[in-house]
Design a protein around this ligand. Structure first.
Ligand code: SAM
Length: 225
């Protein structure tokens, strides 16, 4: 792997965070080591702000929203997405999938403390096993945040699974897009995105200076017009 780069911020004004639980978790966090003990492997700020605004600006204010997330971790990005659903004010649900039971338990506590537990359904298991059955129960997806396994085939398969369920303007957000792999290594999310672009479907915007190990967040949209 190439040297990691870190674009997670510290010492910013916590008032920018959309939920009080995140503000508590971020208080007096000076570095990555402390951040990991508080908020796990979360995308951090400005990533939290980015996905909050993406959700807030893309979820239809007149309709119930369905958001799907892979990789719950400690529940921090789940809190952000659920807060956006709450702030839209018309109802919705976040389905979030975490492979590790203990980690999902930490997330459960954070999500409850954040006051958004009524908007979140947690699923424990591997995303590729959970997604097919879950997707069968959903009429459509309005936003997907793919942040579970970052291996190329896993990320690509998650994308392919959610694709048929996306509403026309839906966003698919990928974390960890930087080209971190050496040529002999799994090309990870970067490789998945190259494959998706190569298929010539949809639009992709990559934002390199956000998130950490691996940085970069990309936003994919099928057919906005
Ligand atoms: C980078 S963390 C997610 C961070 C979280 N989205 C946030 O920003 O707050 C990745 C999480 O995905 C989980 N994970 C890894 N492989 C997975 C899989 N195949 N299915 C579901 N979760 C997976 C890991 O256990 C870990 O908790």
């Amino acid at each position: 792997m190439k040297d990691p780069r870190f674009y997670r911020m510290y010492g910013y004004d916590l008032a920018v965070l959309p939920n009080k639980r995140l503000q508590e978790l971020e208080r007096d966090v000076p570095d990555l080591e402390t951040a990991r003990t508080r908020s796990g492997a979360s995308i951090g700020y400005p990533g939290w702000g980015l996905i909050y605004q993406l959700a807030l600006c893309s979820l239809d204010p007149d309709r119930f929203s369905t958001v799907v997330e892979t990789g719950t971790n400690h529940g921090c990005s789940s809190i952000v997405l659920a807060q956006a659903i709450k702030d839209r004010g018309v109802g919705g649900v976040l389905h979030t999938i975490e492979i590790d039971e203990e980690t999902a338990g930490i997330a459960r506590g954070n999500i409850a403390a954040a006051g958004v537990g009524d908007l979140v359904e947690q699923h424990v298991g591997a995303s590729l096993e959970v997604l097919p059955g879950l997707l069968d129960t959903l009429p459509e997806i309005n936003l997907a945040f793919l942040d579970g396994s970052h291996l190329m085939n896993d990320a690509l398969t998650e994308f392919e699974l959610v694709l048929p369920k996306l509403s026309p303007g839906a966003l698919v957000v990928f974390d960890n897009t930087y080209e971190i792999a050496e040529p002999h290594e799994d090309p990870r999310v970067h490789g998945a995105l190259k494959e998706i672009i190569g298929r010539g479907e949809g639009n992709l915007i990559n934002l390199p200076y956000v998130s950490w190990y691996t940085p970069g967040v990309a936003i994919w949209q099928k057919a906005p017009f």
